[in-house]
Design a protein around this ligand. Structure first.
Ligand code: HEC
Length: 138
């Protein structure tokens, strides 16, 4: 009788141990899938709203984009980028592959900036949608 109880409780322990390790494995798998997704887009959308990413994006913008898109994206030979609620994916895609509007051509930037740098640009451009000057423009 005592021996049988022991066997049952041993089985129960094994079942519990299996259950726990299955759950741990599942969480580990989920974590690694999420980490892989994060690296795949170079931090991607994590850059949005991140002050450091916005600052780096701003520096890149002033070196490469300002002569067409103007100071703070106010426009020039290309459309203004400020005060506009463009989708992050749309901005990223445009920076990556460029755009042509008649005689106005924006070159693709995918060979110039890696994904991380392009998302920093997206973060900066997104930050321009709520500038103080937007109130008077609209
Ligand atoms: C040689 C000029 C030029 C440069 C440099 C340039 N762009 Fe553009 N960009 C354009 C043109 C032209 C368009 C197409 C829209 C338009 O102005 O008619 C455009 C469109 C865009 C759009 C989409 C706007 C819309 O209305 O659909 C984004 C976002 C953008 N550019 C970001 C950038 C960023 C970021 C850089 C710097 C890495 C950059 N551009 C550099 C000319 C330029």
């Amino acid at each position: 009788m005592i021996k049988k109880d022991f066997v049952l409780s041993y089985k129960a322990q094994v079942i519990i141990a299996c259950g726990v390790s299955a759950i741990i494995t599942l969480f580990a798998m989920m974590a690694s899938v999420m980490a892989a997704a994060g690296t795949a887009n170079g931090g991607g959308e994590a850059a949005l709203g991140d002050p450091a990413a916005i600052k780096t994006g701003e520096a890149t913008f002033y070196q490469n984009c300002v002569y067409c898109h103007g100071s703070k994206g106010s426009g020039g030979s290309a459309r203004a980028l400020q005060c506009r609620d463009m989708k992050p994916d749309y901005i990223f895609e445009t920076i990556t592959n460029g755009r042509i509007n008649g005689a106005n051509v924006m070159p693709p930037w995918k060979d110039t900036f890696d994904e991380k740098a392009r998302w920093q640009l997206v973060a900066y451009i997104r930050s321009l949608r709520t500038l103080p000057e937007c109130d008077s423009n609209n």
